[in-house]
Design a protein around this ligand. Structure first.
Ligand SMILES: [Zn+2]
Length: 88
């Protein structure tokens, strides 16, 4: 029996063969990468697990934000240093 689940990106009902359970599949509608669920169709649609690439993307975003924060802090310290040098 095929696995049926909803694409978390475009919410299209997808159907994949059972041998793809737990494996990453590409949504044919939005090309988003989705991890197919392990549970076979029980009559209702299952929400697919959040895909891994998105998690990695989020981590990278957080990393970038951290770097940006450090950079801004560095700029601030530099400016403060300049002001102190200017006024002394
Ligand atoms: Zn989709």
């Amino acid at each position: 029996m095929n696995l049926r689940f909803e694409c978390p990106y475009c919410e299209t009902a997808l159907e994949v063969p059972p041998l793809l359970a737990g494996k990453p599949v590409r949504c044919p509608f939005c090309q988003g990468q989705v991890a197919a669920p392990f549970t076979p169709d029980g009559g209702s649609l299952l929400k697919a697990r959040p895909p891994l690439p998105n998690d990695l993307l989020l981590t990278r975003k957080q990393l970038l934000r951290g770097i940006l924060g450090l950079f801004l802090l560095g700029c601030l310290l530099f400016l403060v240093g300049l002001l102190i040098g200017y006024y002394s």
